[in-house]
Design a protein around this ligand. Sequence first.
Ligand SMILES: [Zn+2]
Length: 145
Amino acid sequence: MKYSDYVDAIPLGSCPFCASDDRKFIENKTAYVTYALAPYHKHHLLIVPKEHKKSFLHLSPEEHMDIQDLAEKSSRLLRYLGYEDFTLMVREGAGGGKSVEHLHYHFIPNVRLGDLDHANGVRNLMSDGELKSLVEEVRNVIDRL
Ligand SMILES: [Zn+2]
């Protein structure tokens, strides 16, 4: 089954991360580690806050610390499985692509995500004009932080 078909089949108002008691490898008070149903790699892990939140900006200090704790444990777990390189990626919201709306962190061994762009093409350096435009755009919103 394609992952996009799985996401499309999730009933409105239902969340697979809120209903996944049988998928927990490791847990602490506010978060847990599970596997990815559609992995980039065999040992692709997910770190998921137990409470349904859409953004890491909504996490409490305790939840941030618990996620950090599980990131460290996931790192040790993957090292015991023989990996040395990881990518840790935050995924929030479902906008811009197929995903579960519940905030989660992808912990992926040995995947060179940095070589691909969002359409799985080869990454290219920005032109001088694109770079100038990007810097201008970012600097214009920094004062709003
Ligand atoms: Zn949820």
